[in-house]
Each structure stands twice: as structure tokens, then as C-alpha cells.
Design a protein around this ligand. Structure first.
Ligand code: UDP
Ligand code: MG
Length: 323
């Protein structure tokens, strides 16, 4: 009977999604603060804590909390899948029209949630938090982040101050359509922009980590660069890879043909010996590379079609349909 009343209760309007990996000392204070900031809003809400295969007692604490607090739901992973996967699981389970994401280490402040929701209600699809006064070490964290933010801003054209801040608010359809492969949670604003979302940002609080350890080090910088490359490719060519590979392949092929043509001409008409010339090898490599690149482009076209048609995904996203 208990179970029945639980499922038949009103659907939440707001879902807060928090990935959790070895955060046991933070979980109770985090839940308290979330409740403190969500209850006064007077809208139905749920808190979804996703345990990402923690090796401490986070999962046990979450089970305990979920049994005590009506609004709290816990999703427990079988093993560590990473922050992106944990966030995606939270989005998949979210039932609210408004979805909030944040870290589980109390570096983000639940007190900012009402302001995020207000901003979203002004007609945005996504509100990004901006840790203007960020409380992290300078050289290992803030400096790489400043550079990364500049680089991402310039190259992708999505102008925000702080892509890395987990505290964000989304409309449901956006949150459910973010496919966060690998570690793409750092590029959510770029993915949102690809989706066609209206994005804005507001300044939020940030606190130093008091309990538990950070899960990332300086090593993420290089991975962020790789992901940026992927994002740039996606932005331009996700649905038409042949245009990228075919164009570049064609340029290489033509350059190679010109070189070989020139060598053939001087050999035939002037009788010049060309066997030992490096240019001969360069031309051959260019021709072969051009053919291979174009071939990859054709294959990629096939893969894109298989991807869209097998997953039922569309190549567009509709804001609304008016009858
Ligand atoms: N996290 C996770 N799975 C992981 C790594 C991290 O769910 O494999 C969670 C972590 O518990 C925290 C959030 O992601 O809630 C951000 O991690 P962290 O605070 O270590 O990152 P930082 O703030 O140092 O960038
Ligand atoms: Mg943190």
C-alpha cells in the first residue's frame, strides 16, 4: 500500500540530479541544504542522487536517505561509469519539467537553485552557473579552466564564462536529449547549442571542497582538448561527414595529381630522370591519402545514416508545433 501512494503522488515539477562518487561525508549535509532551498519554492520536486559505483559507504547512506525522505530517489550504479554517465542516468530518471544538475561535493550551493529556476522561467532552455569567485587552486584548476573557457568560447561560438560549472538548469526536453558520451558533460553548453537551446548564464556561489577528494587532476586538460576537437567536428559536420572528408581528401588528391603530372611531363618531354626525387613519393602519398580520406567520408555517411535511422533520432529538433 505504501508503494502505491508513493507512485500515485503528483509528478514532480523540478528534478535535481546529483552524481555521487565517494562523497559519503557530504551526502547528509548536501541533502539537508537541498531540502532547505527546494521546500520554500512550493513546487513539487525530487532529488535524484546517482551513486557512480562508490567504493566508500555512499551507496548505503543513499539507501538510508531514500527510505527516509519522500522526495529523494537514489540510482545505484553497478560500477564506476564516470560523471557523464551518472548525470545521464539522472536525466533519464528525471520526471520534472525543469531539471537541475549540480555536484555532490557541496562546492555548488543549493541556495542558487531558485535563481536558476527564475531565470529559466524567463524563457530560456538552459541556464549555466558562473563561478565568478571560484574557490579552487589557481595553477591546477582556475588557470587551465580560464584558458579552456576562452578557447571553447572562441572556437565554438557559444559565449559563456564558465562551461565547467556543473550547476545548471535545463528544460526537460533538452536534458533528456543530451548524449554525454565519454566526458562530454564539460561541453553541455555546446551540445545544448547544437540542439538549438536558448542559453544564458547567472553568477552562482562556489565553495572550497571541505570533505572528500576531487576526482580529477591536471591530466584532464589534454582530454578536454580532444573533446573540443570532437565538438568542433560535430558542430559542423555531424550530419554530413563526406563534406569534411571529401573536401580535404579531394584537395590532397588534386595536389598529388598535379605533382605527379608535373613529374610525368618533365620525364616525357625533357627526359629528366625523376626516379630519385622526393616529390615523386610526396605526390604518391598525397594521392593515396586523398582516396582514403574520401573513402572514410563515404563510410562515415553510411554510419551517420545507420545511427540516425536505427536510434530513431531526428536530424532536427523542434521547439513547438502550432496547429
Ligand atoms: N563524480 C562522479 N563520477 C566520477 C567522478 C566524479 O559521479 O567518476 C562526481 C563527484 O562525486 C562530484 C562531481 O562528479 O559530485 C564532480 O567531481 P569533483 O568534485 O571531483 O570534480 P571537481 O569539482 O574537482 O572538478
Ligand atoms: Mg568538486
Amino acid at each position: 500500500m505504501e508503494e502505491k501512494t508513493k507512485t500515485s503522488e503528483k509528478r514532480p515539477e523540478i528534478s535535481v540530479v546529483v552524481p555521487v562518487y565517494n562523497e559519503s561525508p557530504n551526502l547528509r549535509p548536501l541533502t539537508d541544504r537541498l531540502l532547505q532551498s527546494l521546500r520554500p519554492i512550493n513546487r513539487e520536486f525530487e532529488i535524484i542522487l546517482v551513486d557512480d559505483g562508490s567504493t566508500d559507504d555512499s551507496a548505503a547512506i543513499l539507501k538510508d536517505l531514500a527510505s527516509q525522505i519522500r522526495e529523494l530517489r537514489a540510482v545505484i550504479f553497478r560500477r564506476n561509469f564516470g560523471q557523464s554517465a551518472a548525470m545521464t542516468a539522472g536525466f533519464d530518471h528525471a520526471r520534472g519539467d525543469i531539471v537541475i544538475s549540480m555536484d555532490g561535493d557541496l562546492q555548488n550551493d543549493p541556495a542558487d537553485i531558485p535563481a536558476l529556476i527564475d531565470k529559466l522561467d524567463q524563457g530560456y532552455d538552459m541556464v549555466q552557473g558562473w563561478r565568478k569567485d571560484r574557490k579552487d587552486p589557481f595553477f591546477s584548476r582556475r588557470l587551465p579552466s580560464i584558458l579552456a573557457n576562452r578557447l571553447i568560447g572562441c572556437t565554438t561560438g557559444v559565449k559563456l564564462h564558465d562551461y565547467g560549472c556543473s550547476l545548471k538548469a535545463y528544460r526537460k526536453d533538452l536534458a533528456k536529449n543530451l548524449l554525454l558520451y565519454g566526458e562530454l558533460h564539460r561541453f553541455i553548453p555546446v551540445l545544448a547549442n547544437l540542439f538549438g537551446a536558448r542559453i544564458t548564464e547567472i553568477v552562482v556561489n562556489h565553495h572550497p571542497r571541505k570533505m572528500g577528494k576531487s576526482k580529477y587532476g591536471i591530466g584532464r586538460t589534454y582530454r578536454v582538448l580532444l573533446d573540443l576537437l570532437l565538438m568542433l567536428f560535430f558542430q559542423k559536420f555531424a550530419t554530413r561527414p563526406l563534406q569534411f572528408f571529401g573536401l580535404n581528401g579531394g584537395i590532397l588528391f588534386c595536389a598529388g595529381m598535379l605533382i605527379e603530372g608535373y613529374l610525368a611531363a618533365i620525364k616525357l618531354f625533357k627526359g629528366v630522370e625523376i626516379g630519385g626525387r622526393p616529390l615523386l613519393i610526396l605526390g604518391a602519398i598525397l594521392i593515396i591519402s586523398g582516396i582514403i580520406l574520401s573513402g572514410i567520408g563515404l563510410l562515415a555517411e553510411l554510419i551517420v545514416r545507420v545511427y540516425y535511422e536505427s536510434s530513431g533520432k531526428r536530424i532536427y529538433s523542434v521547439r513547438e508545433v502550432l496547429d
